[in-house]
Design a binder for this molecule. Structure first.
Ligand SMILES: *Cc1c(COP(=O)(O)O)cnc(C)c1O
Length: 439
């Protein structure tokens, strides 16, 4: 597959990257720190595929960690962005695109009345928490172990994803003061709250400790617990929003939070985030209210054009079809990996598919319900073998055991069945490697 005339190999690019970029990556989850080896450098993508610097083509299940829903370089996105760029890239004045995107979000998400656009999910979560504190005049926040809400100081504690992959408790450089008002509690248990709590922030389907669905009654319990003490409930739907369906986890669960965080899909692959909520709460924001929040590139015309193109392109039937494909894929994948001799569980929620693998000796795997149980399954050392065996067969998974797979609108049955075929072979190889390793 390697292209002999490629100007630089993946290794060349990575060596150059490491000279000028810490660790060679602009986000730690992209590094191969937990699986070993050298990352492939992507030069292009098309639909479900990415192509690396050596000309290798992979079926891509990373899809920018969920930012891409239609597949790479989808023409409706490319055309919308190109047209927007020709009109000017940023103005520092209101533009139609931000109005249209805010309207599109409010139309789809029940209970969501106003939206403030920002440039990342991190900003969305950080700003939603500030708003919750401002609106309640309380300081304490409650988050769940293994839920990721971006890398802002107060939210990084117990953060899942890259933090979990690197085995960090949080981050050096975050002061004790910055996290003093953050309480981290186990997922899927309704915590005891009191009247010092400004907000409870939760991933309504946890997708940064691999995949952990909410237990029946968990989200309803959070709603009731918040209401009992006057705390606000924040759904961080940066992954689930406009991916589980047009109305996200909110529609799926029937539980409405007070505030939402969005990102990823709503930017169509460009940098966007949003926080949103009831009109009375959003009125607390500057310029009308006392909670300050701002951004030079917020509501950027290219990003809103891309996001709108995606939201307008998909309807409920597309989401239903994708969820059905993903459910079948999860079942087939689990069966293929198990029959090849690894212990496995592949939980699925709508289009989100998780994957935990272990040595056959660990017996059938029970799907995890919180960070501790997810960590136990993700840290057995098998994933790295499986990951590389898949990569050699032309399938790109995330290079860490705490991420979910993102089959999207471009992953048809044919593509997904090739992933399953590759998984059967890859699992057999990984099982052998593991046996050699454990002796
Ligand atoms: C990705 C993610 C974020 C952070 O978004 P960025 O755009 O990476 O800053 C926040 N919350 C959740 C649930 C996420 O998955």
């Amino acid at each position: 597959m390697a292209d002999a005339v490629a100007p630089a190999s993946n290794a060349d690019w990575f060596a150059r990257a490491r000279r000028v970029i810490p660790g060679g990556v602009d986000s730690p989850v992209r590094s191969f720190a937990s699986v070993g080896g050298t990352p492939y450098t992507v030069v292009s993508g098309e639909g479900p595929y990415v192509v690396d610097a050596e000309g290798n083509r992979y079926i891509d299940l990373v899809q920018s960690y969920g930012a891409v829903l239609l597949g790479h370089a989808h023409p409706v996105v490319t055309e919308a962005v190109t047209a927007a760029a020709a009109r000017g890239t940023t103005f520092g004045a209101p533009t139609p695109g931000e109005v249209l995107l805010a309207e599109a979000i409010c139309e789809r998400v029940p209970g969501c009345e106003q939206v403030r656009l920002v440039s990342s999910g991190t900003e969305a979560a950080m700003s939603a928490v500030r708003l919750a504190r401002g609106a309640t005049r309380r300081d304490r926040i409650v988050k769940f172990d293994g839920c990721y809400h971006g890398h802002s100081d107060g939210l990084l504690a117990g953060g899942g994803s890259g933090v979990a992959m690197l085995g960090l408790p949080g981050s050096v450089g975050v002061s004790a003061g910055a996290v003093a008002d953050t309480e981290v509690v186990p997922y899927n248990v309704v915590p005891a709250l009191d009247e010092r709590v400004a907000c409870v922030i939760v991933e309504p389907v946890a997708a940064n400790m691999n995949l952990v669905p909410p237990a029946p009654g968990f989200l309803e319990g959070l709603r009731a617990a918040c209401d009992a003490v006057g705390a606000l409930l924040i759904f961080d739907e940066v992954i689930t929003g406009f991916r589980l369906g047009p109305d996200g986890a909110t529609g799926r669960s029937g539980v409405a939070p007070d505030l939402w965080c969005f990102g990823k899909v709503i930017g169509g692959g460009l940098p966007v985030g949003a926080f949103a909520g009831r009109r009375d709460l959003m009125a607390e924001l500057a310029p009308g209210g006392p909670v300050y929040q701002a951004g030079t590139l917020s509501g950027n015309p290219l990003a809103t054009a891309a996001g709108l193109a995606v939201l307008d392109h998909v309807g409920p039937a597309d989401y239903e079809a994708l969820a059905a494909r993903a459910a079948a894929f999860a079942e087939d994948l689990e069966a293929a990996v198990a029959s090849a001799g690894l212990a496995v569980t592949a939980p699925a929620v709508g289009p989100l598919v998780g994957l935990f693998v272990g040595p056959a000796s660990s017996g059938p795997l029970v799907p995890p319900w919180d960070y501790d149980s997810a960590h136990a399954l993700a840290s057995n050392g098998t994933y790295g073998h499986f990951f590389h065996a898949m990569l050699r067969r032309g399938v790109a998974l995330a290079p860490g055991p705490y991420e979910v797979m993102f089959p999207g609108m471009a992953h048809d049955d044919g593509v997904l069945s090739r992933v399953v075929d590759a998984a059967a072979d890859a699992a057999a190889e990984a099982a052998t490697e593991r046996e050699v390793e454990v002796g």
